[in-house]
Every structure is written in C-alpha cells, then in structure tokens.
Design a protein around this ligand. Structure first.
Ligand SMILES: [Zn+2]
Ligand SMILES: [Zn+2]
Length: 279
C-alpha cells in the first residue's frame, strides 16, 4: 500500500460531512413486509448487501434487481439464521434493523467473495511483526502503538502466536492504518463499515477513517465514538485466520456499535484460534 497515493483524499475527507447512516439504505424502511413474488423499489439494495457479506453463492449469476426471487429468499434466510433472529425469508423489522447496524467489512461467508480469500488459511510462522502505516492521520503511530500492543496481547495470551512491533525501516508481516473510503485495495469501505482485515498471509488491516474513533468510549470525549482497541482485537482475529462467529457475545461477531467496548476474548474466540493453531 503506497500511503503517498492517498494524500488527495485527506483534503476531501475534511470537507465531507460526517454521516453514519448508509446512503444506500435510505429507503430500507419502505421494504418492510416484502416477500417472495414481490417487485419492490429498493430490493436491489438488499440483494447487494447480502451479496457483499457473502450470502449468495459465487458460482451462480444473480440479477441484483428489484424482484424478490428464490435466491433472495434463501439468502435472507441464511442471513437471518446467522443473526439468530426469526428465519422468515421476508424483510421484517428485525432484518431491517440488522442491516442498518454498523459492522465489520469482512463477509460472513467467504466462499462468495474472492476479494477476501479465506477459509483455511493460516500463518506458516508463529512469530509475526506489525507496523503502523496510516494513509489518513486520525491518530499518530505513538498513540496507536500501545492500544495495538494490548490488542495483539489478547490473542498471544491464548495461542502460540507471538507479535512484535517491527523495527523502523524493516518490512512487517502486518500493516495497520486508517484509510479513506477508496484506498486502492479493491474493497472500498461501505458507510456502515468500521474496518476490515485480510486473512493470512496478506497482513492488511484497514480502519475506516470516516468514523469517529476513540481510545476510551467511557471517557468524556468518547461518547458515541468507536473503540479502537475493540475493533483491533476483532480485526486481528481475521489477520490470523478467524472468520466471523455467529455468537453475539464473541469478539468475532460481525456487528458492533459506537460507544461500547468489547475487548475480552470469549471462549468461542479462544476455541477458534486454538483450533487453527493447535499446540
Ligand atoms: Zn470482521
Ligand atoms: Zn482496505
């Protein structure tokens, strides 16, 4: 990633108004009650959402139009099943609520998204180095480093993996930074995405600079801001090979909210990493 390329975006970002709710989903509320057989303006947005996060099989051509077809119904059911809400196959209020919730940009099901190759990949070595390489200067390297160190420690404590900050001028295995929406890796951020990271052995971890970030959501300036450490623990999970968990309490659950912290690994997260790197 060539950080210099993105200088132009810095200026743009300052001028853009901050917004949380996805432009793409303005009309989502109007779709409540839609079901198989319907043709409803805006259904194509739901199809695109489900495709983005891996709920359509990649080997079939899908028309992302406004027709509520069989594939949309089965994709919706898979999505509702992942969320643990009623599996109705219709667009109900629970489904709409979920789609309006901000989340991680990595798909829940990886078979269908070749931009995030994944599944069974893992690092061949056990000692990994990392570095901060910001495109947008939300926080300095000195500010970020202790928080990232703590996030890496969460995983090192429960696995054989070891993480160390790379010394200046050396190439690191993992490269972490804040980036604008379009940042040259083929996966521009959607409005509702906090961050994304790539599976082994790519090593890229990108924060979405559009959100308001904090090191302490309970502090006086932290209200409604996104906790850097919580998101870091989650994205590092992807960096070392974990997929999303369907357990809401798990760090590896795809959805998250500003203003809260979720920094501690659950048993589900620990089981995941220990299965990937057995002793
Ligand atoms: Zn994720
Ligand atoms: Zn990226």
């Amino acid at each position: 990633m060539a950080g210099k390329l993105f200088g132009a975006f810095l200026i743009l970002l300052v001028l853009l108004p901050f917004e949380i709710n996805s432009q793409e989903f303005k009309s989502l509320q109007n779709l409540e009650g839609a079901q198989k057989g319907d043709i409803t303006n805006g259904l194509n947005q739901v199809k695109k959402y489900l495709k983005t996060y891996g709920y359509y099989h990649h080997d079939i051509e899908h028309t992302l139009d406004d027709q509520f077809d069989d594939s949309l119904e089965s994709a919706l059911k898979a999505y509702q099943g992942y969320l643990g809400i009623d599996v109705t196959g219709k667009i109900d209020s629970g489904t709409i609520g979920a789609m309006l919730t901000p989340r991680c940009g990595v798909p829940d099901h990886l078979v269908s998204n070749y931009n995030f190759p994944g599944g069974r990949f893992k690092w061949t070595k056990r000692s990994l180095t990392w570095s901060v390489q910001n495109s947008v200067n939300v926080f300095s390297e000195d500010e970020l480093s202790p928080v990232l160190t703590a996030a890496f420690k969460s995983w090192a404590d429960v696995s054989q993996l070891k993480f160390a900050k790379a010394s200046k001028g050396t190439r690191s295995d993992i490269r972490i930074g804040f980036f604008p929406k379009d940042h040259g890796d083929g996966n521009p951020f959607k409005d509702g995405e906090f961050a994304h990271a790539y599976y082994p052995q790519v090593g890229w971890f990108h924060f979405n600079s559009k959100w308001k970030w904090t090191f302490d959501p309970s502090g006086k300036d932290g209200k409604n801001k996104v906790d850097v450490q919580s998101i870091s623990v989650h994205e590092i999970g992807h960096l070392i090979g974990l997929n999303h968990s369907d357990l809401k309490s798990a760090v590896m659950y795809a959805y998250f909210a500003p203003g809260i912290t979720k920094r501690d690994l659950t048993q589900d997260d620990k089981d995941g990493i220990q299965a990937l790197y057995p002793k």
